[in-house]
Design a binder for this molecule. Structure first.
Ligand SMILES: Cc1cc2nc3c(=O)[nH]c(=O)nc-3n(C[C@H](O)[C@H](O)[C@H](O)COP(=O)(O)OP(=O)(O)OC[C@H]3O[C@@H](n4cnc5c(N)ncnc54)[C@H](O)[C@@H]3O)c2cc1C
Length: 402
């Protein structure tokens, strides 16, 4: 019942940390309330796990403390994880934006982590509910006591790797935030991120004819410089697709700084110099919709022009109509009414405040021996393998320190 290290949460970060600590000779217990481990890895990337990205840096993450991730990401980088994948001869491939996926199955990554844990002689307690955590100062140092449904365990170092709140069906829980609160550590209010955005009923009614349209666009949050060029999808509930998921995290981020959120702006023709293109077509008798249909899906082009009353030949456009068309094409502004919530989110924005943690070890500076790693921490990656890389990097650095 006595361990050097207990890790709560056998997900991506927890398994990486356990393997490292075990391979360093620590006696490690990895606890999870789920019966089956690594479920989030299993379903990730459409079952093929986008396990990292060719280029990873702090700019690919959102946090109240934007430089916090730098140290861990450089000590255990995307290249280091890729080397591990190659050592296990896991076939993989690269997709757009440097995203790396398994060729066969996400199970390959789970097997890799389990074998790494095996090499560290990590002990497992699955289907194990945590009932209580206590910290005691003893004559020979500090000790944590973890009371669970499978008995009481003791350890010198306790690592919280219980993830965020996204995808609650897969065992997500607010456990990590509660532990932080118990030890009086600050938590940045969690919010769903990488999540589809909802539109108000009156906007949805107006956009109803566009529902189902999908095309590449560039999105940004008004007031923010970051732009995401990916696929966008209009649904019967609002906006989705990678271009929206990416920008959703920045849209949610605004709540920390401002009480009034800004709309999302969509550049429908990111490759086109729109003013020059419209000017060149100024005397055309073609409908704007027909010209647009050469660059966007036909049905979308027609319905979108109808929405703006642009359904006339370009030659009949007054100067102010041209100006309005230019602005709408380059920055179609839509104000989301909210998100589709944790059930549809890939990750959680916010979490244990990094200002209370060491960026080198992930240890809580005010509570020696207590560590937080992975998604439970206020470090949230872009879509594209960045969230797993954070789990590997933060898990690895804590694994060297415990
Ligand atoms: C549908 C979907 C697809 C995704 N695809 C990708 C992708 O392709 N690439 C990418 O980079 N990211 C992806 N992500 C995000 C990625 O899965 C997470 O960022 C990552 O899993 C976080 O790792 P973690 O170890 O911190 O937490 P998790 O992997 O969530 O692991 C936390 C573990 O803690 C356990 N736990 C929770 N509460 C308790 C408790 N009270 N007691 C005991 N145990 C507990 C859970 O059962 C779980 O096993 C995806 C997410 C979703 C929802």
């Amino acid at each position: 019942m006595n361990f050097d290290v207990i890790i709560i949460g056998a997900g991506a970060a927890g398994m990486m940390c356990a393997a490292q600590a075990g391979q360093r000779g620590r006696r490690v217990l990895l606890v999870d309330h789920a019966d089956k481990i690594g479920e989030r890895i299993r379903i990730s990337g459409g079952g093929r796990c986008n396990f990292t990205n060719r280029t990873v840096g702090p700019d690919n993450y959102l946090s109240q403390n934007p430089h916090f991730s730098r140290s861990a990401l450089s000590r255990f980088s995307a290249r280091d994880f890729l080397a591990l994948v190659e050592r296990y001869r896991i076939p993989y491939h690269e997709r757009e934006h440097g995203q790396l996926f398994c060729d066969d199955s996400a199970q390959d990554i789970i097997d890799l982590l389990q074998r790494e844990c095996g090499q560290g002689e990590v002990q497992w307690a699955t289907g194990c509910a945590i009932e209580r955590i206590e910290r005691h100062e003893t004559d020979d140092g500090r000790r944590f006591e973890v009371a669970t449904s499978q008995g009481t365990f003791r350890c010198a170092a306790l690592v919280i790797a219980s993830g965020g709140l996204a995808a609650p069906k897969l065992g997500a829980s607010p456990f990590g935030y509660k532990v932080a609160e118990q030890f009086k550590l600050p938590v940045v209010a969690p919010k769903p991120a990488l999540v589809p955005l909802a539109l108000a009923p009156e906007t949805l009614e107006r956009l109803q004819p566009l529902s189902g349209a999908s095309f590449e666009a560039e999105t940004r949050c008004l007031g923010d410089k970051r732009r995401f060029r990916e696929n966008l999808l209009l649904t019967h509930r609002g906006l989705s697709g990678p271009a929206i998921l990416q920008v959703s995290s920045y849209w949610q981020m605004q709540e920390y700084t401002s009480s009034k959120k800004q709309p999302i702006a969509i550049d429908l023709l990111p490759d086109v110099d729109v003013p020059a293109w419209l000017e060149s077509q100024r005397h055309s008798n073609a409908l704007l919709a027909n010209l647009l249909a050469e660059k966007l899906p036909r049905r979308f082009a027609h319905e979108w022009c109808a929405l703006f009353d642009f359904d006339k030949p370009l030659a009949q456009f007054a100067k102010r109509d041209l100006q309005a068309a230019t602005e709408a094409l380059q920055g179609w502004a839509l104000m989301p009414s909210g998100t589709l919530g944790y059930a549809k989110a890939e990750v959680t924005l916010g979490g244990v405040d990094t200002r209370a943690l060491s960026s080198k070890t992930m240890e809580a500076t005010a509570v020696p021996g207590l560590y937080f790693i992975g998604e439970v921490v206020d470090v949230t990656g872009w879509l594209g393998g960045y969230n797993f890389q954070w789990a590997w990097s933060s898990g690895w650095v804590a694994g060297q320190a415990v």
